[in-house]
Design a protein around this ligand. Sequence first.
Ligand SMILES: Nc1nc2c(c(=O)[nH]1)N[C@H]1C(S)=C(S)[C@@H](COP(=O)(O)OP(=O)(O)OC[C@H]3O[C@@H](n4cnc5c(=O)[nH]c(N)nc54)[C@H](O)[C@@H]3O)O[C@H]1N2
Ligand SMILES: Nc1nc2c(c(=O)[nH]1)N[C@H]1C(S)=C(S)[C@@H](COP(=O)(O)OP(=O)(O)OC[C@H]3O[C@@H](n4cnc5c(=O)[nH]c(N)nc54)[C@H](O)[C@@H]3O)O[C@H]1N2
Ligand code: SF4
Ligand SMILES: [Mo]
Length: 577
Amino acid sequence: MKRTACPLDCYDACLVIYEDGKLKGDKAHPTTQGYLCPNLNTYLATPRIDKPRYKGEEISMERALEILQEQLESYHDKPSLYFKGQGNFGRMQDITSLFFKAYGATFTRGSLCDGAGEAGIMEGRGANLSMPPEEIAKAEVVVVWGRNIETSNSHMMPYIKKKIIIVIDPVETQIAKKADLHLQIQPRSDLFVAILMARFAYIDVMEDEAFIEERGEEWDYFVDFIRSYPMKKLMRRCGIPAVDIITALLLIEGRKTAFLVGVGVQKYSHGHSVLRMIDSFAAMMGKFGKEGCGVSYLGNSGFGFENPFVKAKKTVPIPTVDFGAYDTVFIQGANPANQMPRSAKVIEGLKKAKFVSYFGLYENETSALADLVIPAKNFLEKEDVRFSYGHHYIAKMAKLEEGDIGISEYDLTARLMEKFGYEKLEESAVYIEKIVDSNARDTGDYKVSKSYDGTPYHDRFYTDDEKFIFVDEIEDDGLRGLGYFLITPKSKYSLNSQFKRASFAHLPPCAGYSDGDSVMISSQYGQYEFKVKVDERLRDDSILIYSGTPGVNYLTPDKLSEEGESAIFQDVKVTLE
Ligand SMILES: Nc1nc2c(c(=O)[nH]1)N[C@H]1C(S)=C(S)[C@@H](COP(=O)(O)OP(=O)(O)OC[C@H]3O[C@@H](n4cnc5c(=O)[nH]c(N)nc54)[C@H](O)[C@@H]3O)O[C@H]1N2
Ligand SMILES: Nc1nc2c(c(=O)[nH]1)N[C@H]1C(S)=C(S)[C@@H](COP(=O)(O)OP(=O)(O)OC[C@H]3O[C@@H](n4cnc5c(=O)[nH]c(N)nc54)[C@H](O)[C@@H]3O)O[C@H]1N2
Ligand code: SF4
Ligand SMILES: [Mo]
């Protein structure tokens, strides 16, 4: 029996058993519980790039590596960009950064994913720790807030069985249908929902005085802040009746509550404020550092661990990268031509750059634009280690197979380091052991992060004086303009743009279209034609296009969140023609 772990960018970080050419979920592993999801289940059947290519012609791997080396040498004094995505979540994927740092390339910083929310959490708590699933299992109430559990985090389901479930989501998702209460709020109104909850809680004196006294800071300013909003304005912005918010509050009060917050709440310019406000509401109710309580976002899984692959000094924010400003661009484990905001600009930039290389597993919009395409080894053919942003288990990924296709990130780096006369790499096992040993301990058969010994924030927060800092000011101009809100979440059968990608624009029945119609969707950033699927799960003011759908990011803004340098995919209104 051979064991490894799923390499995909996902909360669940499943432990995998590879037997008779098949991938199976490890039955003994606490979170994996013996099953995998549709994405990893199609991994082995997904056609890979099997031959390197230069200017459209198939070439040998040896020739591809020569071309890469020659081109990097000839452009050495010119601007170059190293762009790495999350196609494979293994820590060793970053080894290529050692070469590109020595070479002098510009790196990216910030996030296409969870960066805005993370920034808000850091402001209040000083570190972003998620709740171990075993801790969530002790909650009485689970608030699923902008996270599509059954799709993006399905291994959480067994932990929240038989609990009071409150879902806060503009879409009637699968879990919303089954929930005790679904707040089908207007998109981009979470800040107001959280302020309203805090306001009603304050009026009814529901706050946890002992917690606030011992563990909180800036409480009085927070009270001034939540009272500074006119009640009527708050109600109008949430788009749901006040009674629903009060019902939620009554369910939460006095019960152990876990808030499972996803990226859905923070794909906006003010995303950091949303998380800061949700945190502040939870803290006011005393829902931190106690059994079964907490706000669990996408955690910083590397917290406390040593990272041997640090960034270069020269960096640019990832959501607004201008590919056209570089002579050479090296893209690894990513599909920016479809996954970055404002696709038209990204594609134009990639066409303008003089030498683009794409290092990945699959053909996609980006490989189609690259001068040089280098196939990678898949996760069974190289060794690695991964963390999870949804639990505290660490998974080593053993090399289980030799393959004829592709090259590993380690081998590609070793070769470039040698040809350029840079420092020799250590064996890959040395890096892996260093990472693991820096902060892991054994629990039975599995390793866990030491940062998760005990309930997170039980003893302290990670701010300067170890207290939680309540929010006391938020600036947000809101989203103006006519049109529909654009919701662009994860789909069940694709992992962003890998595997079976969605292809429709989902419209509410009131839009007046039928299934299969064509519709041109426009925003101030661009337009694209989609096929229609009428979707009753939507509010009348929203349309939904899943992440990975070809064309979705023609509509989205190439702008940064106020904090966290994150993409703000949903800070846009769209119109239909
Ligand atoms: N199957 C599958 N799993 C995945 C992925 C995948 O592509 N496919 N991607 C992985 C990655 S990279 C990530 S980052 C995670 C993210 O996974 P999640 O955190 O679940 O994020 P999303 O699916 O983007 O959005 C979650 C929910 O937010 C809702 N939402 C949208 N706008 C708002 C809003 O304004 N307010 C509120 N309250 N809710 C809103 C959406 O309707 C959706 O139900 O999933 C990972 N897991
Ligand atoms: N509209 C919209 N856009 C979004 C999002 C959204 O919700 N809506 N989500 C955003 C988020 S949260 C994220 S995380 C990003 C993700 O965006 P990307 O990081 O670009 O992810 P993918 O589209 O999954 O592309 C990953 C690529 O990695 C390659 N790959 C897979 N495994 C390996 C490997 O082992 N080695 C190498 N070298 N390559 C490999 C595959 O060829 C694949 O095409 O997208 C963002 N874009
Ligand atoms: S649920 Fe996530 S970690 Fe588990 S197999 Fe699927 S993609 Fe991989
Ligand atoms: Mo992500």
